[in-house]
Design a binder for this molecule. Structure first.
Ligand code: ATP
Length: 253
């Protein structure tokens, strides 16, 4: 087992009388990609927001890199990266200017071009966010979340709305960020994304974690329990057809 960078224990979050997160516990390790899956309303975003210090919670504890999230929120903010939606970026600045600005919010000098290279956007350095495609905007929002060289990077549905090529491209970017020593916690509704990217996943339902294991182990357990699909899978999917016809290369560069 690796070193725990994030420890969530018995987390409870209520909105009035409604319990959105109902006593969940999990850990994420250094250099792990940890996924949180679950139907709409399961409590995934609320969980992330509690860890990110953006929401107060009602019970339990969260420790991030040895810091108590409830008692040391400012210290925690300095060592986490949170992906913002592109709509929250200023329109008038170029990508390089925005990264400089975000760095200054942390009191840091950043290397904007290095960050843009990390997410394969160096050729767009002088562009403004509104000139980027959906996939490029998502990659830029990851670059912005990396300005403070965070220990843990949080991504809330990072590939929603992207085409198959752009999703695969972003998966490559996320894996590379992990290989550089970071821990990544992400939510997704895409099961192939969870299978491809995540070392372990927690499946949430109605505020509780109902399973937590590596994706393959979950599948093997289901099959070992006698589960059979109604029909045998075809040897290729429509996505395979799409990628076969349109290639793996990005179209929006
Ligand atoms: P999705 O997959 O749709 O993004 P989620 O798993 O991220 O869902 P949350 O956004 O965490 O779910 O919401 C969990 C529950 O808490 C939902 O029932 C939601 O309506 C409720 N909820 C979320 N934010 C608030 C709020 N600010 N006030 C009251 N209820 C809220």
């Amino acid at each position: 087992m690796g070193e725990n960078v994030l420890e969530v224990e018995n987390l409870v979050k209520r909105y009035g009388p409604f319990t959105a997160v109902d006593g969940i516990s999990f850990e994420a390790q250094r250099q792990e990609i940890f996924g949180i899956l679950g139907p709409n309303g399961a409590g995934k975003t609320t969980t992330l927001e509690c860890i990110e210090t953006l929401r107060e919670f009602d019970g339990g504890s969260i420790v991030l890199n040895g810091l108590d999230v409830r008692r040391q929120p400012q210290e925690v903010k300095r060592i986490i990266g949170v992906q913002l939606q592109s709509s929250s970026f200023f329109d008038k600045l170029s990508l390089v200017e925005l990264l400089d600005l975000f760095g200054s919010l942390y009191g840091r000098r950043v290397d904007p071009l290095g960050l843009l290279e990390e997410v394969e956007l160096a050729d767009k350095a002088k562009a403004q966010v509104k000139e980027l495609s959906g996939g490029q905007k998502q990659r830029f929002s990851i670059a912005a979340a990396l300005v403070n060289d965070p220990v843990v990077l949080f991504l809330d549905e990072p590939t929603t709305g992207l085409d198959p090529q752009a999703r695969r491209h972003l998966w490559g970017v996320i894996k590379r960020i992990r290989s550089e020593g970071k821990t990544i916690v992400l939510t997704t509704h895409s099961m192939d994304e969870a299978e491809e990217l995540c070392d372990r996943v927690a499946i949430m339902d109605a505020g509780k974690i109902v399973a937590l294991a590596p994706p393959l182990a979950m599948i093997e357990k289901l099959v070992a329990g006698g589960f059979k699909k109604d029909r045998v899978e075809r040897l290729a999917s429509l996505e395979d057809v799409f990628l076969h016809l349109t290639g793996h290369a990005l179209r929006d560069e």
